[in-house]
Design a protein around this ligand. Structure first.
Ligand code: MLT
Length: 401
């Protein structure tokens, strides 16, 4: 036998595992210190009552012979796919049908698994900085070439710089890209693409026969009208894009696990339907999300559910505002946080050094920008997911440091 040698090429630990390792090491040495965790973007508000109620009801159904559910459809129950198509797409004038939606256990898994549809010969383009899952998953598949230690880049990957100079808007690549990962609102920079900016990419993908892998996990945080909630708001996107969405940050499901991926039936490459391929992949490798969880997700779309989740999103948005304003007042150059729960700010030194300093002096856990790519090396990411009093205290500690 031979192992997949690509694993040996992966640099170090997965970013958030490395952060957890460093925080655990620090806490072991300083057991009396309780760091405020604004590193990984993990929600803190509990599931809303409408979701809890629906899940309770589903649990009792599962406990009775007449209403018990065994395996569900791998693609997800119709009740949830209908609710998503209606509320997230049709209500916004976007043409997506329930059977183009695949329910899954997370956008991270889907972003990682989507590579199953594509040959390893494809050239991928990612933003720099970038959510590490896109690159690492392609590295595992063998699509990235070699890892170049000195630059922190992969030899066969096209990097699209996101910098303060280009307002964190990726420019079209100089050489041909086959698979283009875009995340808007962006993780990690917290900035978002407008309809006009995204249209440029849809046009490029259609002209070049490329596929856009569009991560919209943070769409619920959009506040500006010119920022699209879905790539399918852009004409031509049904012919070139796959979209990933999640209940994690929208409805507090990080621990509950439910997400969905949209693969339009009009997305055809080499005469093959990518929808049919993903359906084949999904039914082969996945047995669906639990009935209980899907009933909980469905309740997100009820009138009460919508009101309750919007209140939690507003809570995190207010945290984002506190962070943005606090860091600005302290003299940092601050980006994001308007259409996103992430704030990206310029660090006065290498970001891993600043990470350690913030942990040791302010007892605040952040995410070093270097963990997202070489263009992040002098930036830090702070999440607005947290309790407001902790956020206030963390900002105070960073600013007096
Ligand atoms: C993050 O902090 O970037 C996210 O929480 C990670 C994820 O969603 O997997």
């Amino acid at each position: 036998m031979k192992i997949n040698e690509q694993y040996a090429k992966l640099p170090g630990n997965y970013l958030f595992s490395e952060i957890a390792r460093r925080v655990a090491a620090y806490s072991a040495e300083h057991p009396d210190v309780k760091p405020i965790r604004l590193g990984i973007g993990d929600v803190t508000r509990p599931l809303v009552p409408a979701v809890v109620e629906a899940m309770r009801k589903a649990v009792s159904e599962m406990g009775r012979l007449e209403t018990f559910h065994g395996y569900g459809p791998e693609q997800g129950y119709e009740f949830l796919r209908n609710a998503i198509a209606e509320h997230d797409f049709r209500a916004r004038g976007t043409d997506i049908s329930p059977d183009e939606i695949f329910i899954s256990d997370g956008a991270k898994s889907d972003c990682g698994n989507i590579g199953d549809l594509f040959s390893i010969e494809n050239k991928i383009a990612v933003c720099d900085p970038v959510y590490p899952v896109y690159v690492d998953a392609n590295a595992i598949d063998g699509r990235t070439g070699d890892y170049l230690q000195a630059s922190g880049k992969w030899s066969d990957v096209i990097y699209l710089p996101l910098t303060a100079e280009n307002d964190f808007v990726p420019e079209l690549p100089a050489s041909h890209a086959d698979l283009i990962y875009l995340c808007s609102p962006n993780n990690p920079t917290g900035t978002a693409l407008t309809r006009k900016q995204l249209s440029v990419w849809v046009e490029y993908a259609n002209q070049h026969g490329a596929v856009i892998l569009f991560d919209a996990a943070y769409e619920a945080y959009i506040t500006e009208p010119e920022v699209p909630h879905s790539i399918y708001e852009i004409p031509g996107a049904r012919e070139c894009a796959i979209e990933f969405r999640s209940f994690s940050k929208t409805a507090g499901f990080t621990g509950t696990r439910c997400a969905f991926t949209v693969v339009p039936k009009t997305l055809i490459r080499q005469g093959q339907s990518l929808h049919a391929m993903w359906n084949r992949r999904h039914t082969t490798k996945f047995n669906g999300v639990s009935y209980i969880t899907q009933r909980g997700a469905e309740a997100v779309y009820s009138q009460a559910g919508q009101k309750q989740i919007r209140a939690d999103i507003a809570y995190y948005q207010n945290n984002a505002r506190m962070i943005r304003e606090g860091l600005k007042q302290a003299g940092f150059s601050v980006y994001g946080g308007v259409n996103s729960p992430y704030i990206w700010f310029h660090a006065p030194m290498d970001s891993w050094k600043f990470f350690d300093l913030l942990l040791q002096k302010a007892h605040v856990v952040t995410t070093p920008g270097a963990g997202f790519g070489s263009r992040g090396r002098n930036y830090m990411r702070v999440t607005a997911f947290g309790e407001a009093n902790d956020i206030e205290e963390a900002v105070r500690r960073i600013t007096v440091m």
